[in-house]
Design a protein around this ligand. Structure first.
Ligand SMILES: [Zn+2]
Length: 192
């Protein structure tokens, strides 16, 4: 998929809204992004995850793993396309752990998946978890990389789109300065 095709899919599904928004953090932004909105359509999830398939199908992948919750849909679709086992990690007492009887065997080739990477903290924890179990992490795939190139895992990072967040404190917001009013995402759909 080209960048424009990915953006088009996000706009169509309202995963990406453009305008003037007040985010839950209180910051203002010309964009609102919610990856779950595009992933609610399995056919779109498949299209986006084929990007991972193209990159990793020539390699042997035994296990696809995601940090819960956002990455699970991505991992499941990528695992289906690559015919690999799919696991997810969850926090237990604050530490990313494998629960539910999930297991990684020494030497297994691991692909870590996530929906959105911002700082990459959760992905890094899952990489550590996989390595502690003896797995060999061969790459990371995410739908959207919001790290502005800052996420570096020491293995290839593949994304369908790089979309840096653009946020402003309300008093420094150029859209407010131009006389606009920030709306809360979702509110425009309630006015109908
Ligand atoms: Zn504003």
């Amino acid at each position: 998929m080209t960048t424009e095709q990915v953006l088009q899919l996000f706009r169509e599904t309202e995963a990406l809204l453009e305008g003037h928004f007040q985010l839950t953090s209180g910051l203002h932004s010309p964009q609102y992004f919610q990856c779950a909105k595009v992933l609610q359509y399995p056919q779109h999830a498949e299209k986006l995850c084929r990007v991972a398939q193209q990159h990793f199908s020539k390699q042997e992948i035994d296990v696809v793993i995601a940090p819960a919750v956002g990455g699970i849909i991505v991992a499941h679709e990528v695992g289906r396309l690559l015919q690999a086992r799919v696991l997810f990690a969850e926090r237990q007492d604050g530490k990313m752990s494998l629960r539910r009887g999930f297991h990684i065997s020494p030497g297994e080739k691991i692909l870590v998946c996530e929906d959105v990477i911002t700082t990459g903290g959760s992905v890094r924890e899952v990489i550590d978890l996989a390595r502690e179990a003896g797995g060999e992490v061969v790459g990371v795939f995410c739908i959207v990389d919001r790290s502005s190139g800052k996420a570096n895992f020491g293995v290839p990072l593949i994304s369908t789109l790089q979309l840096a967040p653009e946020t402003y404190a309300p008093q420094a917001c150029p859209l407010c300065a131009a006389g606009g009013n920030a709306e809360k995402p979702g509110s425009r759909f309630l006015k109908k």
